[in-house]
Design a protein around this ligand. Structure first.
Ligand SMILES: Cc1ncc(COP(=O)(O)O)c(C=O)c1O
Length: 343
């Protein structure tokens, strides 16, 4: 039996249809604007997100960094959740590259209230403070368990920022998971934000790539930043071709990943020594806590039995469901976890 890899949805492999599209895509030099496949993906991505334009990037990390660069200037501040990807997992790019400071706001479940946002905005008339330039939101929220922002909460957060002249960037690495979970169009989730990034390299199964979307003006600035950061690539239609297939064929199936995550979480919650907050399991991520063994010990014991997960804290594990993980794999995973926790 093969390994069941639940470390991340980034381990997904391109589908046969993607590989065919990649092999036959018309190509050109994308830095010169000549790659018809990239141009098509950028057009379709912008339309899907309900924005004027988009630009194809190598990664979600670059998308967020560009989100900072486009929406804030050196010496200014952006507000982000203390558990956000942009703050925790992107190599301090905001500080190191753009000279922008991130003010962290701790939220109980990944959803920032208008009151919290208002309290975090610096007074403009006091030169002691950095100017608050942008609010960063993450949906679905990775470290908060893959939770989905309720649409009215997202709108209220963005409205609060806009009322104070502050721009909104949405880290929508898994925005399609949010849309599928809510049963709404992805553009409705992107609408409150000025700029949004989404990844095709996660649940959508592509080998690489993210799209930064916004007004034409924001996207032009993003293109300059992409070049500056060394992210201008040439015949990237080979990657964009997979993205076009992904947007056509890989979105609706995310519901299957969500159902598998639910089954897995419910099974885990019944095992001795495991606590899993089922209210947070809304999409394809499952975080759970261990009572008796460390995350590292659990991860290693599972690995020896052919199940891969990620230790995300001293006693915390994350499993992620994705394309290539079937219902039968979920049952096998539960059996392995049962064996590990009973040992
Ligand atoms: C919420 C979120 N934002 C951004 C990223 C960064 O994406 P990438 O790995 O493509 O740089 C990730 C990656 O896992 C993520 O989970």
């Amino acid at each position: 039996m093969g390994v069941i890899d639940l470390r991340s949805d980034t381990v997904t492999q391109p589908t046969a249809e993607m590989r065919r599209a990649m092999a036959t895509a018309p190509l050109g030099d994308d830095v010169m604007g000549d790659d018809p496949t990239v141009n098509r993906l950028e057009e379709i991505a912008a339309t899907r997100m309900g924005k004027e334009a988009s630009v194809f990037l190598p990664s979600g990390t670059m998308g967020n960094l560009i989100g900072i660069a486009v929406n804030a200037r050196q010496g200014e501040e952006v507000i982000a959740d203390s558990e956000s990807h942009v703050f925790l997992y992107e190599g301090a790019g905001a500080a190191a590259v753009t000279g922008v400071q991130i003010q962290q706001v701790a939220t109980p479940a990944g959803v920032m209230s208008p009151e919290q946002i208002e309290a975090a905005i610096r007074p403009r008339d006091d030169f002691h403070f950095a100017l608050t330039a942008a609010l960063f939101l993450e949906n679905t929220h990775n470290r908060h368990g893959g939770i989905v922002w309720p649409l009215d909460a997202l709108q209220a957060a963005a409205d609060t920022a806009h009322e104070h002249g502050i721009r909104v960037h949405l880290d929508g690495a898994r925005i399609f998971n949010a849309a599928v979970a809510l049963g709404i169009h992805v553009a409705d989730i992107a609408a409150p934000a000025d700029t949004v990034t989404f990844c095709i390299s996660k649940g959508l199964g592509c080998p690489a790539g993210s799209l930064f979307c916004g007004t034409r003006e924001s996207v032009e600035k993003a293109r300059r930043w992409r070049k500056r950061l060394g992210g201008g690539m040439r015949q990237t239609g080979v990657l964009a071709a997979a993205g076009l297939v992904a947007l056509d064929t890989m979105v609706d199936r995310l519901a299957e990943d969500h159902a598998n995550a639910r089954t897995l979480a419910e099974g885990l919650a019944e095992l001795p020594g495991i606590t899993c907050d089922l209210s947070r399991v809304q999409t394809n991520l499952i975080y759970f806590d261990l009572a008796r063994i460390s995350g590292a010990q659990f991860q290693e014991a599972c690995r020896q039995r052919g199940l891969l997960g990620e230790a995300m804290g001293p006693r915390r594990i994350r499993f992620v469901t994705h394309d290539g993980i079937a219902a039968a794999d979920i049952q096998s995973a539960l059996e392995i976890c049962h064996e590990v926790m009973s040992a």
